[in-house]
Design a protein around this ligand. Structure first.
Ligand code: AMP
Length: 284
């Protein structure tokens, strides 16, 4: 497999990416660092399925709004590189903001449209424009055959799939199921912000999703009611949304909906925003 290479500039990336030709299909895992077992699982799957694995670590300022956690977002570089090495990553691209955006903010961006203004987009109106812009740039720069994204960020995954389809990006998008702690909490770099009390509150998200899953056979309204009841039991939690949507369009499912749906929840514990989701099958 050889030494893991770390590229910090576009020139270093072009050189190191060139050295991967002939190794078979190339997979990319895009991250903001503060890596945990969720990220490791994406890398692990890429390692199993691809000839070479590229990881990117970039805290993308374009997807943070003023007042969000851009400045306090954790950046444990040494630990991140050690995790990449452990997972058999061949090349890590870790650019500076100046390297990624020679002119900031960029004039030309990828706009997600209506799919980017619901759910997470309602609370974070410029978020997905920032995400899609950086994902498209990183796809151009790393030239993967396959890009791995976590189901944890379900709306991001749906929008990346949509972008790749509508803009004819020659990359296959593969989804990886949510990695959870033993208590059910979805792994997230932001969990590091939580006090023990807030973590207790945050556990209501995954508990609500499980309650929703348990009511699946009784239909849409029962799913939403069961999940809502669990959230209501944790009044300190500021619930942002609970929604049952079509996984492709992200619009609310009607009572007549059959088949795959996605139950999503977002809430704040203290000042930390948490999201979680689960697939649900309705009416079959
Ligand atoms: P982030 O560093 O938070 O931007 O995440 C980078 C990638 O890892 C995204 O595709 C996420 O969906 C994925 N990811 C983060 N946490 C998890 C998790 N708990 N389970 C699965 N994938 C995850």
């Amino acid at each position: 497999m050889g030494e893991m290479r770390v590229a910090r500039t576009l020139a270093e990336l072009a050189d190191a990416r060139g050295a991967l030709t002939g190794r078979g299909p190339v997979g990319v895992v895009m991250t903001m660092g503060a890596l945990h077992e969720g990220h490791a699982t994406l890398m692990h799957q890429a390692r199993r399925e691809m000839g070479a694995v590229v990881a990117t670590i970039f805290v993308n300022p374009l997807q943070f709004a003023p007042g969000e956690d851009l400045d306090r977002y954790p950046r444990p570089v040494d630990a991140d590189l050690a995790l990449c090495e452990r997972e058999g990553v061949d090349l890590v691209f870790m650019p500076s903001v100046e390297e990624m955006y020679p002119s900031y903010p960029p004039v030309v961006r990828v706009t997600p449209g209506a799919m980017g203004t619901v759910l997470e987009g309602a609370a974070r109106p410029t978020h997905f424009e920032g995400v899609l812009t950086v994902v498209l740039k990183l796809m151009h720069l790393t030239q993967p055959d396959v890009a791995y994204f976590g189901q944890k960020d379900a709306q991001q995954l749906a929008l990346v799939r949509r972008m790749v389809w509508e803009l004819d990006v020659p990359v296959e998008v593969r989804a990886v199921p949510i990695v959870r702690d033993e208590d059910g909490m979805a792994r997230s770099s932001r969990n590091a912000y939580l006090s023990p009390r807030e973590r207790e509150q945050g556990l209501a998200l995954s508990r609500a999703l499980r309650a929703g899953l348990g009511a699946m056979a009784a239909g849409r309204d029962a799913v939403l009611q069961a999940a809502r009841a669990v959230l209501d039991d944790e009044p300190a939690l500021q619930v942002d949304y609970l929604a049952l949507v079509d996984p492709r369009t992200l619009t609310d499912v009607g009572w007549e909906h059959h088949g795959e749906a996605l139950l999503l929840v977002a809430a704040r514990a203290g000042t930390t925003r948490l999201i979680d989701n689960t697939p649900i099958v309705l009416g079959v």
